[in-house]
Design a protein around this ligand. Structure first.
Ligand code: 4AD
Length: 464
């Protein structure tokens, strides 16, 4: 490439006096009869760079008429800036206008503040705004940091399938994958659909989690992780739920619940530190415009002790809190977000790793505790958002697993390959799933997971 990224220019990677070329999109234009100032951004960092344009340039008139989002190529000398808040600018020698904006008055991302709801209607144009550019860079920084964390800790990244026959979470929230003609479904004698006739010769779905497949590789390579899209057909219209979201799922052999919890804590702190180091420009924007205090919160969390707490103790704390919750609290209920928030925000004021949940509200694969009532499950609850991680030690004892499956109405025969892991060299193991969009929403302070994934998929919405 013959041009420079603005991030490199602003970071001082080019010498003052050097002739440079940059390519990007106009943010603002100010002009008087002698000079024009063109702010150009290329998305490589939060800040644009200013090009100073002298009226001697042949196309000066045209340049002064540029509007937000026109694309340009500017060549000129890199000079130190006299202006406040910017170190460098470009004294332009040529400005090539690459693409104009057809009708600036109706351009949907014109330079004014828009609501996030408005911007959701323009998912194809919103990455051009300060806010969505910053979200995209922070999201990228977090994914790279996650891969780095696991790579440095000796994990193997495993690609688990997107199309699957198993309902890992057993919650019946799967999207069907089928090539059958909906208007002419093949039927069995009893009237049920004949999936033998379908593409895979059986029922197939989009995965809700890569965990079960992940367990197969951890049972050979010791430490693995998956990082990919997962799908849930749950009709939850909340700020924390998507029908398509990304999940990070490590799976660790020879590990118990305490080991799994420690990996979750170490991973979160590692990625918090990475984003503080690498994306302070974007974080400052979120702090100023989106949620006051996000930077301080991250700094605190990066060094905080995550508190371990048993589910049973949490119920006790909630019952004694004197708070009036919308959903009543008693031993055995699944905690709702108001409970999680009370615990993490008001009671502890730090992330909590909540452990040992009642077996009846958890999945079949979680390891039964000695008490026969609870399983070795854990959720990480973060102040300000609630659950961002769910995990567990897995049941490695085949007899206990079979009993549990039958209790939950599952047929062990359907899980033959999963049971094999317990038949051939079974080991204690466990892992967790991090909801990646919940992490990005938390780090940026963005209030809704729909605004931290480029093209959100939610009930009644899959336009772009
Ligand atoms: O607690 P969940 O359902 O756990 C599992 O799927 C396990 N198999 C993971 C494992 O142990 N390998 O989901 C894990 C996380 C949740 O804590 C939440 O952050 C996120 O995934 N999540 C969602 N994020 C966005 N939209 C949804 N609909 C989500 N459902 C779960």
């Amino acid at each position: 490439m013959t041009h420079c990224a603005i991030s490199d220019l602003l970071a001082g990677k080019y010498a003052v006096g050097e002739t440079v070329t940059l390519k990007g999109w106009v943010r603002t234009v100010r002009s008087n009869p002698n000079f024009a100032f063109l702010n150009v951004n290329d998305g490589s960092c939060f800040d644009p760079i200013q090009a100073v344009i002298d009226n001697t340039l042949a196309n000066y008139e045209e340049i002064t008429k540029l509007t937000v989002a026109c694309s340009v190529e500017v060549t000129g000398e890199l000079v130190e800036s006299q202006g406040k808040g910017q170190k460098f600018e470009i004294q332009a020698q040529t400005v090539n206008i690459v693409g104009l904006v057809e009708d600036p008055d109706t351009y949907p991302m014109a330079a004014k503040r828009h609501t996030v709801e408005h911007m959701r209607e323009y998912a194809h144009l919103r990455p051009r705004t300060n806010m969505f550019g910053a979200v995209a860079r922070v999201r990228n920084c977090l994914s790279q940091a996650i891969h780095r964390f696991f790579h440095e800790s000796g994990y193997v990244w495993v690609a688990t399938p997107i199309i699957t026959a198993s309902d890992t979470e057993g919650a019946g929230e799967m999207f069907r994958v089928s090539t059958l003609d909906m208007n002419n479904l093949p039927r069995l004698e009893n009237g049920e659909v004949d999936y033998n006739e379908d593409f895979f010769g059986k029922e197939a779905f989009l995965t809700v989690s890569g965990q079960l497949n992940g367990e197969t590789y951890c049972s050979a390579l010791s430490k693995i992780y998956t990082f990919g899209p997962t799908f849930r057909a749950e009709n939850s219209n909340t700020s924390r739920h998507l029908a398509e979201f990304w999940m990070v799922e490590p799976e660790i052999a020879f590990a118990d619940l305490a080991d799994v919890a420690q990996v979750a804590e170490d991973m979160l702190k590692y990625v918090f530190k990475a984003v503080l180091e690498e994306r302070m420009d974007d974080l400052q924007f979120f702090d100023l415009r989106v949620q006051k205090g996000v930077v301080e919160r991250l700094q605190k969390l990066a060094n905080a002790e995550f508190v371990r707490m048993d589910y049973t103790d949490a119920i006790d704390i909630l019952q004694k809190s004197g708070k009036k919750f919308e959903f009543p609290v008693e031993w055995g209920v699944d905690l709702s977000s108001e409970h999680e928030r009370y615990l993490a925000e008001e009671h502890v004021g730090a992330p909590i790793i909540l452990q040992n949940y009642p077996k009846d509200i958890k999945a079949f694969y979680m390891r039964m505790n000695e008490d026969g009532k609870t399983v070795a499950a854990m959720d990480v609850l973060a102040p300000g958002i609630g659950e961002i991680i769910g995990g567990s030690q897995r049941e490695e004892r085949i007899d206990v697993l079979d009993t549990r499956m039958k209790e939950m109405g599952l047929d062990p025969v359907d899980y033959g390959w999963y049971r094999d892991l317990r038949r051939y060299g079974s080991v204690p193991h466990g892992g967790f799933g991090l909801g990646f969009e919940r992490l990005v929403a938390y780090v940026t302070g963005m209030g809704n997971v729909r605004d931290v994934i480029p093209f959100p998929r939610t009930p009644k919405s899959a336009t772009f």
